[in-house]
Ligand binder design. Structure first.
Ligand code: AMP
Ligand code: MG
Length: 417
């Protein structure tokens, strides 16, 4: 087992050990955000036939050459075609047909004149314009032709993809499975939030944070509860999680006398790939794979900020890879540091920052308390400023990379145009 890896090394080990889950078929109705596990080709053209883009009259253009407001041409209306209907016969020379948006163009017609450019006169219609060839006609296959490759495999399905699938007649689609994530909390000081009293225990907040982080990615959290600081108790609960795709345990992975998680993991057949990552917050982090089942195991540090930040850096990309995503990482933006920063060498620091826009620039202000126990600092910050391991000081105004962890960060209060 390797010890004391850089963040980049640790992340590479995690992603190398992480596969892509297989496919399942789901209703397209519920498939938004899922990752496509098949390539989509059009099996039919859309629209299926030439059709009208307007309410108006289907005509043969040759009948209306030279028509204008002052010299209208008048034609009889010989039948009507509504959306979903069919022309009863081809349109003959010197005839027009009433037509509505989405209705198929009658054979013989080659343009549609919109109703606003006509004047009804009894059973006849006066045309006030000469239409362009195929004016107001949507060509068959204008959107796609049979055989067109429309959506690549591994695409994240958005609303428009699902609309296109529906227009192909596809209501069921193959997507990558969503991983199950068994979440374990550990520590004699912990109780469930609804059992919190004044006797000095603290609520297990990590289970809630982690479950929400899993759901935000699209994974399926399963709760294993709180294990006491006792190897047998930890083992019993971890065993229940062995069938999950991923186990995320928080706390008990450090070097204290009451930290039993690593030992228990090894007993359960977990091959530990590394322990300890040169980062702050979050040094004590273990990662391994249960040999028998392939379950990925993350032993995250217990301090609430360390838990959340290490989930962001290691568990989230792994979950996204399992789900078939090609883009595994959060967006990173450049920002100007609001005040100077100092740090020790050797560890990469993820500093919680709030971000303000100043004109076109972003200004990053570190939240007041960077203790890894202060979870409220994560409420106040929208990003994590990244201070490289070997750097020591940063002047006010210097440019830093900020990982955006607030998914709503790019939303705006105004419409922006
Ligand atoms: P440990 O890794 O067990 O040394 O825990 C580090 C710190 O995180 C301790 O102060 C714990 O009380 C706290 N902690 C551990 N697990 C949780 C949890 N599930 N929720 C909130 N705080 C926790
Ligand atoms: Mg503990």
């Amino acid at each position: 087992m390797r010890e004391g890896l850089t963040v980049a090394e640790a992340e590479s080990v995690v992603l190398e050990a992480t596969g892509i889950l297989g496919a399942e078929t789901v209703s397209a109705w519920n498939a938004a955000g899922r990752v496509l596990a098949e390539a989509i080709e059009a099996t039919r053209p859309h629209p299926p036939a030439d059709c009208s883009a307007m309410d108006g009259y289907a005509v043969r253009r040759a009948d209306l050459l030279g028509a204008s407001e002052t010299q209208p041409r008048t034609l009889p209306v010989v039948y009507e075609v509504a959306a979903g209907g069919q022309a009863s016969r081809p349109l003959g020379a010197g005839e027009s047909a009433r037509i509505f948006t989405g209705a198929p163009l009658p054979p013989g017609a080659d343009a549609v004149v919109m109703q606003e450019e006509t004047r009804a006169e009894g059973g006849q219609v006066a045309f006030l314009v000469e239409p362009e060839p195929r004016e107001n006609v949507r060509d068959a296959g204008e959107d796609f032709q049979a055989g067109d490759r429309l959506i690549e495999s591994r695409t994240v399905l958005g609303s428009a993809h699902l609309g296109v699938l529906a227009s192909l007649g596809r209501s069921i689609v193959a997507v990558h499975q969503r991983p199950t994530v068994a979440i374990l909390s550990g520590g004699d000081e912990l109780v469930e939030p609804d059992r919190l009293t004044d006797d000095g225990h603290i609520a297990s907040s990590n289970s809630y944070t982690l479950a929400a982080q899993c759901r935000e990615v699209g994974a399926r959290p399963i709760y294993l509860g709180i294990a006491e600081d006792d190897p047998a108790a930890i083992e019993a609960r971890l065993r229940a999680g062995l069938r999950a795709d991923v186990i995320v345990s928080s706390a008990g992975v450090s070097v204290g006398d009451h930290d039993h998680v690593r030992g228990v993991l090894e007993k359960l057949g977990c091959r530990l790939l590394f322990w300890g990552v040169k980062m702050k917050p979050g040094y004590p982090l273990a990662f391994g794979v249960i040999e028998a089942t392939g379950t990925l195991v993350f032993g995250l540090p217990g301090n609430p900020v360390s838990t959340a930040v290490t989930f962001e850096q290691f568990v989230r990309p792994a979950l996204r890879k399992l789900m078939g995503h090609r883009l595994l990482h959060r967006p990173v933006v450049k920002a100007r540091l609001a005040r100077p920063m100092k740090k020790g060498r050797g560890r990469l620091h993820f500093v919680r920052v709030s971000l303000e826009r100043e004109g076109d620039a972003l200004v990053a202000t570190p939240t007041a308390n960077q203790s890894s126990g202060v979870l409220t600092s994560l409420i106040r910050g929208q990003g994590l400023a990244i201070f490289p391991a070997e750097a020591e000081s940063f002047a006010a105004g210097s440019e830093v990379d900020v990982q955006i962890i607030d998914a709503g960060f790019f939303d705006r209060p105004d419409r922006g145009f």
